[in-house]
Design a protein around this ligand. Structure first.
Ligand code: HEC
Length: 160
């Protein structure tokens, strides 16, 4: 009994330490994001120096709560924006969506992600749904998105 209590107490301490130290906590996979509104799409071509990672289609999706932020520049908790990256497949003169390369996600929760501007950043490779990116990668997302700090770390604007 006492041993069980100690183990549970130990686990609780471990969990708390990880949370307190984690400057860029992991973000859950944005389930069914393909049902959300499309904010915009773009294509990164072979002349881009980041083609290996970023090349191909990008579709940005906005979960309902993100709409307010896109208009005001201040996103409420629960806002989620997704950057889905897909390979390009050319056929018969057409350009089509190929396999999914990755799903990058920004999730607003001012308390949980207080150390990264209130946004959680993460990226899921291919069809992966449970294992996101390393802390280093997530920190790099935040660092670059800080260039758009005045628009609450989001680059895209709503197009009428
Ligand atoms: C070197 C800079 C840079 C890094 C690193 C970066 N991004 Fe971005 N991200 C951008 C830019 C710039 C855009 C907007 C591009 C455009 O549409 O013109 C963007 C767009 C986005 C969008 C669409 C919303 C918006 O801001 O327009 C999401 C979601 C996103 N990035 C998530 C991530 C995640 C998650 C990571 C880390 C895995 C990441 N980004 C890493 C620069 C970066």
């Amino acid at each position: 009994m006492a041993a069980t209590f100690l183990i549970i107490a130990g686990l609780m301490v471990a969990v708390r330490v990880v949370t307190a130290d984690d400057t860029s906590a992991a973000v859950p996979f944005p389930v069914e994001f393909r049902k959300w509104a499309v904010l915009r799409s773009l294509v990164v071509g072979p002349e881009s120096k980041n083609f290996t990672i970023n090349g191909g289609f990008h579709h940005y999706y906005e979960k309902e709560k993100a709409v307010e932020g896109l208009h005001t520049g201040h996103f409420p908790d629960g806002a989620v924006v997704v950057d889905e990256r897909l390979e390009i497949r050319q056929e018969g003169g057409g350009i089509f969506e190929g396999p999914r390369k990755s799903v990058a996600v920004m999730h607003k929760d001012a308390t949980r992600y207080a150390n990264t501007g209130g946004w959680g950043f993460d990226v899921y490779a291919g069809e992966e749904r449970t294992q996101g990116a390393s802390g280093g990668v997530r920190a790099a997302c935040f660092s670059c998105h800080s260039k758009s700090k005045e628009r609450d770390f989001v680059f895209s604007e709503f197009r009428k």
